[in-house]
Design a protein around this ligand. Structure first.
Ligand SMILES: *Cc1c(COP(=O)(O)O)cnc(C)c1O
Length: 490
């Protein structure tokens, strides 16, 4: 195994170079012009490789990768839809890529107009008064939104409100963000059908409640039909409703969180609005608020004056301070803007029904082999509780790894925590019936293998670039740089 790693990673040969520079200009005169205290004492310890070595290395690495552009990626909750290439083309225009965030306002009117227009579009889609596009991710949006919630209560002198209610099915970032924002987290239970238990919620609603964090449809893909009652109860208790926008996809252009009674929300542009994600970024988590909270949104903001000119404002007293460098991930905003405009008002409302149809098609075709804990029509995603036949002892992890052998990305596994063997499947609207059918066939095939040749599934993956990873060692002793590899070998 060690030797195999070496073949992939160790390409360096002493003296091999991928460049040549005119000797006189750079190696003698050039060196003289650099102050001696800034010069390296010895050459940097870099791999010595030819240009061809580098090209082959990265091209081969890219072929070993898996992405939406290589195969089906039904990673529940993550909305791994296709990222249209027209978005990439538009945001690669030099007039955008050569901008600098410290440029004079006057010289970036077009960029500010894009930011402002996207704010307005998201407000329309969300049914909320105003948006900031500054946060870098969904979780960052949650923190920002909860800081707005805190500021709202504090500005009213309502200092008792320290409690944020989170459903037991929530994404881990929800309680984590509430803790980081300085709240105490209280869990509310789900009913057997996966929706919030209103009877369990009622006793929690006292004058210490700051708010509740929810997503609708919830993490089981089920629409919370009692949402308007829940909103009424929370508001009557003096709390606010926070909407985790990760599940906005099935509602696009159909239902608006603001109309359901939510006061604050984030949107994951990298999920719902088709901007590339994976491997940790980049993302964008715009935060929208209802009219009574607009003054607390963070600085800086983009505003439009009566002459139609755009300005960056950073002097709003009641606002949160800066939560990001400048105005956030502009490249991601450009892609989301292009995506919304290319679908237009007419077609944006087709996204949800198609995503919903695809999810239900897979669910209904697989529920003979996989355990469906919650029956009924789901929205854009659903959860199986592992294989139906538990006697084979083939786990959700095994099925997920076996899927890799067949060239599919695995679903989200062991989340939500409501079931022991959760397998959360979200196909998105961009997949064809042919792709869904081959996924369904492979899932049936794996269920058959689990019955007939369980060891094959338990030992998977069998034909991927790397086999089952030692995740503990990878986390505790990661080798992420060339220097770390050298040290490891020394
Ligand atoms: C993805 C996700 C988040 C967090 O969003 P990031 O952009 O990954 O920070 C929060 N809640 C749910 C339900 C999610 O799926």
């Amino acid at each position: 195994m060690k030797n195999y790693d070496k073949i992939i990673f160790e390409l360096s040969k002493p003296g091999r170079k991928g460049y040549s520079l005119p000797k006189d200009k750079y190696e003698t005169e050039g060196l003289k012009s650099i102050p001696t205290d800034l010069l390296r004492e010895k050459p940097a310890d870099l791999p010595e490789v030819s240009e061809l070595d580098v090209v082959r290395h990265y091209t081969n690495l890219s072929n070993k990768n898996f992405g939406v552009d290589t195969g089906f990626y039904p990673l529940g909750s993550c909305t791994m839809k296709y990222n249209p290439k027209i978005n990439e083309e538009l945001c690669s225009l030099p007039s955008f890529t050569s901008l600098h965030p410290l440029q004079d306002e006057e010289s970036v009117q077009g960029a500010l107009e894009l930011y402002w227009n996207l704010q307005r579009m998201l407000s329309e889609i969300a049914g909320l008064e105003e948006f900031t596009l500054n946060p870098y991710a969904g979780a960052h949006g949650e923190l920002t939104g909860l800081m707005v919630m805190k500021k709202y209560h504090e500005s009213r002198g309502d200092h008792k409100r320290k409690k944020v209610i989170v459903p037991d099915s929530a994404h881990g970032t929800n309680p984590a963000s509430a803790m980081v924002a300085g709240f105490d987290v209280v869990e509310v239970k789900s009913k057997p059908n996966g929706s919030i238990d209103v009877e369990d919620l009622k006793p929690l609603l006292d004058d210490t409640v700051a708010g509740i964090m929810m997503t609708n449809p919830n993490t089981l893909g089920m629409f919370e039909t009692e949402i308007t009652d829940i909103a009424k109860l929370v508001h009557e208790a003096g709390g606010l409703l926070y909407y985790d926008g990760a599940n906005l996809n099935p509602l696009l252009g159909k239902v608006r969180p603001g109309d359901m009674g939510f006061d604050i929300m984030h949107i994951n542009l990298h999920k719902t609005f088709s901007t590339p994600h994976g491997g940790g970024g980049p993302g964008s988590g715009p935060v929208g608020v209802a009219s009574h909270l607009v003054q607390y949104l963070p600085n800086p903001r983009v505003v439009k004056d009566e002459k139609g000119k755009f300005h960056i404002e950073g002097n709003n007293n009641e606002a949160l301070g800066n939560i990001s460098g400048f105005l956030g991930n502009f490249g991601v905003m450009m892609r989301a803007y292009a995506y919304i405009l290319s679908l237009g008002k007419e077609h944006i409302k087709d996204v949800g029904p198609l995503a919903t149809l695809n999810a239900n098609y897979i669910k209904e075709n697989l529920k003979d082999d996989y355990l469906l804990p919650i029956e009924g029509v789901c929205k854009h995603e659903f959860v199986f509780d592992g294989l139906k036949d538990k006697s084979t002892e083939v786990t959700t992890l095994n099925v997920a790894k076996r899927l890799l052998d067949y060239g599919f990305h695995a679903p989200t596994i062991y989340f939500p925590l409501l079931f022991h063997e959760s397998m959360m499947i979200e196909p998105t609207e961009t997949e064809s019936k042919d792709t869904l059918d081959s996924f369904i066939n492979v899932m049936h095939e794996i269920a058959r293998e689990a019955r007939e040749t369980p060891e094959l599934v338990k030992n998977a993956p069998n034909n991927t670039i790397v086999r089952k990873l030692d995740e503990t060692t990878a986390a505790k002793n990661p080798i992420l740089t060339y220097k770390a590899l050298k040290e490891q070998e020394a």
